[in-house]
Design a protein around this ligand. Structure first.
Ligand code: NAD
Ligand code: TDX
Length: 332
């Protein structure tokens, strides 16, 4: 049994990880989360109080972080400003949380000798052409495009430097696009599902040819547990489940699963600097650590996600109007 500190555990992937840990291990979890617009304490509702504690605070608060890190065996660092569109509007919080926050956690892990796992994204590698046979591997050079992905790249490099210079016991994972329950309605899949529920037409940026490599959040969680169990210190592991789909295909699938005509969507203003394609080669994680994804049927996973949003209107309704007003102001 281990004591975990999960930063950002009230966000989308962090809360899915906390649910996964409670279901599949006997670890206890302290969540450190600032509860920004993206954090929601209701995402942790129903979890056992003797195993999950929520501390509301900032990962850049050195005193708080040092105290919490000193009380656990392992830090799993999910907290971040995570949305590309927001980073184009106001990059500053991305620097504060993704760079300074990660630095603050690393210093605490260094002082306390605590095992550290850093959660990152495939976006640090930039993008691929649609017809490129290549996929990202651990050896792909960093080439981030947006303020979001550049701050995630910076945070990854800080982790590598703290391993090399100070001997911090850290691993890194870079995962592809996640879908599943508890994802904020600003993101692509929940935005379109909740649009259809509200009678709003889904909104596709540009031509909708951009490709994302979808993985269920629960598979991301099992991969992270595998790395915590068997990962080699100082190593990076790419996490992906061979789920490449273009955005147009995903919107059309959402519409048809929800009983609407599959062409009932609008093309809107494209994202500035919009990455064309992400694709992960997760051979290292699969062959060295023996990880296998469980959600192999995207359509079934998407149908279950649609069902979750239909049943949990109260979880997302508070955010919907504000998000749509923000996008409308940008012609999106
Ligand atoms: P999210 O925006 O849903 O959640 C982020 C959480 O971090 C929120 O609960 C928020 O309140 C918290 N937070 C933000 N700033 C904080 C601060 N200064 N101190 C403490 N807590 C703070 O994000 P997500 O989609 O769940 O992403 C989680 C992590 O996974 C991020 O590091 C992201 O880069 C990475 N990632 C995401 C995806 C994806 O598809 N969403 C894919 C690969 C990697
Ligand atoms: O309304 C929309 N219409 C649309 O066409 C929105 C919100 C998005 N899109 C497109 C943009 C992307 O090509 O859909 C794709 C997915 O968009 P997002 O959900 O914003 O995700 P993305 O920018 O790919 O980044 C996500 O995956 C990698 C997460 O938000 C990041 O945190 C993670 O690092």
């Amino acid at each position: 049994m281990s004591k975990l500190l999960v930063t950002g555990g009230a966000g989308f992937i962090g809360s899915n990880f906390v649910h996964h840990v409670i279901r599949h291990t006997d670890h206890t979890v302290t969540v450190l989360d600032k509860l920004t617009y993206a954090g929601n304490r209701d995402s942790l509702a129903g979890l056992p109080a003797n195993r999950v504690e929520l501390v509301v605070g900032d990962i850049a608060d050195a005193t708080l972080v040092d105290d919490l890190v000193g009380r656990v065996d392992t830090v799993v660092h999910y907290a971040a400003e995570s949305h590309n569109d927001n980073s184009l509007d106001d990059p500053r919080p991305f620097l504060d949380t993704n760079i300074v926050g990660t630095y603050t956690l690393l210093e605490a892990a260094r002082r306390n000798g605590t095992r550290f796992h850093h959660i990152s994204t495939d976006e640090v590698y930039g993008d691929l052409e649609l017809d490129d046979p290549a996929r990202f591997t651990e050896a792909t050079p960093y080439n981030p495009s947006s303020p979001y992905s550049s701050t995630k790249a910076g945070s990854d490099l800080l982790v590598r430097a703290w391993v090399r210079s100070f001997g911090v016991q850290a691993t890194i994972s870079n995962c592809s696009n996640n879908y599943g329950p508890y994802q904020h309605v600003e993101k692509f899949i929940p935005r379109q599902i909740t649009n259809v529920i509200r009678g709003i037409r889904p909104k596709l940026y540009g031509a909708g040819e951009n490709v994302r490599d979808w993985i269920h959040a629960d598979d991301h969680s099992s991969a992270v547990l595998t790395i915590l169990d068997r990962g080699r210190i100082g190593e990076t592991y790419l996490i992906g489940a061979d789920g490449e789909k273009d955005n147009k295909t995903v919107v059309e699938l959402i519409l048809s699963l929800m009983g609407e005509p599959s062409d009932a969507y609008d093309h809107v203003t494209d994202r500035a600097g919009h990455d064309m394609r992400y694709a992960i080669d997760s051979t290292k994680l699969r062959t060295e650590l023996g990880w296998v994804p469980q959600y192999r049927d995207f359509e079934a996973g998407l149908a279950a996600t649609i069902d979750w949003y239909r049943r949990n209107d109260a979880w997302w309704a508070r955010d919907k109007d504000g998000v749509e007003a923000f996008y409308a102001s940008k012609g999106q």
